[in-house]
Ligand binder design. Structure first.
Ligand code: G3I
Length: 371
């Protein structure tokens, strides 16, 4: 227990260091929501002032079966209770997404044919009204539509698009606003730092705004690599959306340290990164060996520098940035542990702060000139 106490008794904590800039959040899994994870929970409670649900509020986990009796609210209810009891600002992730949506949603009642537009819109409406309505006034930020764009900036050819048409996005935001008029509604996506995709998102937002659709913010997932996006790319991207009058959230921050995926720009685990416009220096050019289960000190320092750069960009745009959320508590919790061990976050597998943690704290202190 002493080791766990030491891990979360840092001075200052992340939320303290950034309290005059933006909220610092973290994605939490089921073990943490139910407080079974005795390593992660003290870190969550001491370091963060916002939570995102890694999975429990996605359509599949919360609405696995058709109809009003097909919901499974237990884990999501516990997520909200855990957040409220620890005075956290809560995010809802996510309402409409091409992934983790059960097959029944897209099937007609005969269980075979594809559902028609009106029926699918009704299902979307009922889901959003039920879920957003249940947590009205308790969940402040909603990722209403997640990853609607392809890497070239055109609309992803999801079943939502194919069956309903382009207006599925506008409808989702309207239904969410109807269910909770005070919620902050976000469009959330990855790799928006890539100019093609960013331009596609900017045009999408402009079109929604022209239709009077209630979109309030954009979520930059920022699943980063050891040399992408640069601070300048991040800064330009935040600026592009702030100019539209949107607030900006960094919604799923991590920095992949594995050699095999440095070229992959996509956070869609079903894609092989399509976008190579930002030629990435091979790991060798970084002078580091990434193919190890242990993170060499040289990579710890590269990781720390990368986090410092990105937080420099977030601080530069602190008027637009409302929240920075890490996509996991410790390295052992990360979705990036696929095959080889990854080391993408601020706390290691023992719950100890890494040099990257110190670099993030230092970025705030230097920005405010207190060090
Ligand atoms: O809960 C079930 C469990 O009952 C079952 O035994 C187990 C094995 O099948 O699966 C468990 O569900 C898994 C779930 O994570 C909880 O661990 C799903 O299979 C698995 O697909 C799911 O992965 C999540 C992934 O989204 C789904 O695409 C990751 O945890 C999550 O970090 C990741 O997060 C996404 C964001 O939501 C959107 N942006 C990209 C990001 C990374 O892909």
């Amino acid at each position: 227990m002493a080791a766990v106490f030491a891990a979360c008794a840092t001075e200052p904590t992340l939320k303290e260091a950034y309290k005059n800039n933006f909220l610092i959040g973290v994605a939490v899994n089921t073990n943490q929501i139910f407080e079974h994870d005795q390593r992660g929970v003290p870190i969550i409670k001491s370091q963060f002032n916002s939570l995102s649900p890694e999975n429990v509020l996605k359509w599949g986990p919360i609405h696995p079966h058709p109809g009003p009796d097909g919901y499974n609210f237990g884990p999501a209810d516990r997520y909200v209770e855990f957040g409220e009891s620890n005075h956290m600002t809560l995010v809802g992730h996510t309402l409409v997404w091409h992934s983790q949506t059960p097959q029944w949603v897209f099937l007609a009642d005969d269980g075979t044919n594809t559902v028609d537009r009106d029926t699918l819109l009704q299902r979307m409406h009922d889901h959003i009204q039920t879920v957003v309505g249940r947590y009205r006034g308790r969940i402040k930020y909603w990722d209403v539509v997640n990853e609607a764009l392809a890497e070239d900036g055109t609309l992803r050819k999801s079943r939502w698009l194919k069956i309903i048409g382009e207006d599925y996005i506008a409808k989702a935001f309207e239904y969410a606003h109807e269910a909770d008029p005070n919620a902050v509604l976000r469009y959330n996506d990855f790799s928006l730092e890539n100019p093609l995709k960013r331009n596609g998102a900017v045009e999408l937002v402009k079109k929604l705004q022209a239709q009077g659709v209630p979109i309030h913010a954009v979520g930059l997932q920022c699943h980063a690599k050891l040399d992408w996006p640069t601070a300048e790319q991040e800064s330009d991207t935040i600026d592009a959306f702030a100019k539209l009058g949107l607030k900006v959230a960094i919604t799923e921050l991590d920095i992949d340290t594995s050699a095999s995926s440095q070229q992959n720009r996509s956070a869609d685990i079903s894609l092989n990164g399509q976008d190579q416009t930002n030629a990435v220096k091979p790991a060798a050019q970084l002078g580091i060996n990434l193919n190890t289960n242990r993170l060499p000190d040289s990579v710890q320092q590269v990781l720390a520098q990368r986090y410092a750069e990105l937080f420099g960009a977030f601080l530069k745009h602190r008027d637009a940035v409302t929240l920075v959320t890490f996509w996991g508590v410790t390295d052992g919790d990360s979705w990036l542990n696929r095959g080889r061990r990854n080391h993408p976050l601020l706390f290691d597998r023992n719950g100890q702060p890494k040099p990257a943690f110190d670099a993030v704290i230092k970025a705030a202190e230097e920005f405010h000139g207190s060090k």
